[in-house]
Structures are given as structure tokens and as C-alpha cells.
Design a protein around this ligand. Structure first.
Ligand SMILES: C[S@@+](CC[C@H](N)C(=O)[O-])C[C@H]1O[C@@H](n2cnc3c(N)ncnc32)[C@H](O)[C@@H]1O
Length: 217
């Protein structure tokens, strides 16, 4: 389907069942264009075909924006996106969900450079890329309201990392390829506040949302 022009992006999104605004199409077009160019020189995403990137990766972010809209998230949340790689889910997410201060954390310098380049083109409000290990984030950033993780580490490790770093009523959201397990023994200190199954790229995907057990109900 040609290049990821705003018109083509909007058309492809519509085929995936998502009606997007002209501004969202413009921003996603800039992101996809940058991603495909940089992907030739470095390994950012598996597909060189932008329509696959849209259906397999970017679509997660618009579904996530819908899921966040239904959750009890702070009005202006401070959010951390752990191991964001090429800015996923963060950069497309910010096209659909603009609340609060959003920080993507990534250890690999070239990926951080890509995110900063993409951010300089999209000019997304209150969105930044931090180049460090998640374990080395400055203390003053914590506690945060929201922690997101897609393909970063096994979920019990993500939750163990998040627990001491979240606000009392904060949320941790895992983007997963399987339904939330019934047995939460691997996640002591947490309770589920909901999950969502959705379909994209012909596959079922899931969001799992957790809050610290001590949070008020
Ligand atoms: C499999 S990729 C997933 C990237 C992105 N979240 C996505 O869904 O496409 C995991 C990313 O985490 C980064 N990473 C691994 N360990 C890290 C750490 N301790 N701190 C920050 N980033 C880390 C890797 O460099 C890699 O870019």
C-alpha cells in the first residue's frame, strides 16, 4: 500500500477498524516514516512493511489508550514505559492518550537516539526518552502513578520492580500474549483491577492491570 502517508495510514487504520483523526494520521505517518528509515540501519522492529508495523505494533497502543480511559488512573499521571525499544507502546500511545508526564526508559543508546529523533519530529507534549537502566532511574522520579511494560521482562519481575516504585493507588499494566493467570501467587502484594482481550494482527492480545494490594478499594 505505498508509503505511510497520512492518507494511507488513516485508510489502513480504518481497515483495522479504527477511525483516526487527520492529526493522529499525520503523527503516525511521521513515526512510521522515521521507524522504517532507521530500521534499515539498525534492528528496531521485525517488519519492514509499515502496514504490518501498524497492525502488529501500533494498534496495541490505540487499544491501550482505550483501556487506560476506563481505568482509575490519576488525572495527570506520571508514567514510566519500561524497556521502550523503538518507543513502543509509548510513542503511538501518546498520539491517542496525552495525559500527564510520560517517560520511556531504554538502555540501548541507539534506540534512545531513535526515540529522541522521533519525538523531535512528532513534538508530543510531556513525552521523553530516558537513556538508562530502569534500575538506575533517579530516586526523585518515584513514586509514579503508572508503569507500563511491553515485552520487557517476565511479568512477575516487572511487578516486583514496580511495587516499591508506585503511588499507593498506582497501576501497573502488562501487555501480554496470554490471558491473565488465575493464580497470582507469583505476584505477591498485588491485586488485579481488570484485564482486556483484544485482537490485532490476527491474534488475541491482552492487557493486565494491577494495583498494590494495599491500595484503597
Ligand atoms: C524486547 S524489547 C521490547 C521493546 C518495546 N517495549 C516493544 O514492545 O517493542 C526490550 C527492550 O528493553 C530494553 N532493556 C533491557 N533491559 C533493560 C534495562 N535494565 N533497563 C532499560 N531497558 C532495558 C532492551 O534494550 C530492549 O530495547
Amino acid at each position: 500500500m505505498g508509503k505511510p502517508t497520512p492518507e494511507n495510514v488513516a485508510e489502513q487504520a480504518a481497515r483495522l477498524g479504527r477511525s483516526i483523526t487527520a492529526e493522529q494520521a499525520r503523527l503516525l505517518s511521521l513515526y512510521l516514516d522515521a521507524l522504517l528509515k532507521w530500521n534499515k540501519a539498525m534492528n528496531l522492529v521485525a517488519h519492514g512493511d509499515w502496514t504490518r508495523v501498524l497492525s502488529d505494533l501500533v494498534a496495541d497502543s490505540w487499544h491501550l489508550a482505550d483501556f487506560l480511559a476506563e481505568l482509575p488512573v490519576a488525572a495527570e499521571p506520571s508514567t514510566l514505559d519500561l524497556g521502550a525499544g523503538a518507543g513502543l507502546p509509548g510513542i503511538p500511545l501518546r498520539v491517542f492518550w496525552e495525559r500527564g508526564e510520560y517517560r520511556m526508559v531504554e538502555i540501548r543508546e541507539k534506540r534512545v537516539a531513535f526515540m529522541r529523533y522521533a519525538l523531535s519530529r512528532l513534538r508530543l507534549a510531556r513525552t521523553s526518552a530516558l537513556g538508562c537502566r530502569v534500575e538506575e532511574l533517579p530516586e526523585e522520579l518515584f513514586p509514579v502513578d503508572l508503569i507500563l511494560s511491553r515485552a520487557f521482562r517476565p511479568w512477575p519481575e516487572v511487578l516486583a520492580f514496580a511495587l516499591p516504585r508506585l503511588q499507593a493507588n498506582g497501576l501497573c499494566i502488562i501487555l501480554a500474549n496470554a490471558p491473565m493467570p488465575d493464580d497470582m501467587a507469583e505476584a505477591p502484594g498485588w491485586r488485579s483491577v481488570g484485564s482486556r482481550e483484544y485482537e490485532t494482527g490476527g491474534k488475541s492480545r491482552y492487557f493486565w492491570a494491577f494495583t498494590p494490594e494495599s491500595a484503597s478499594r
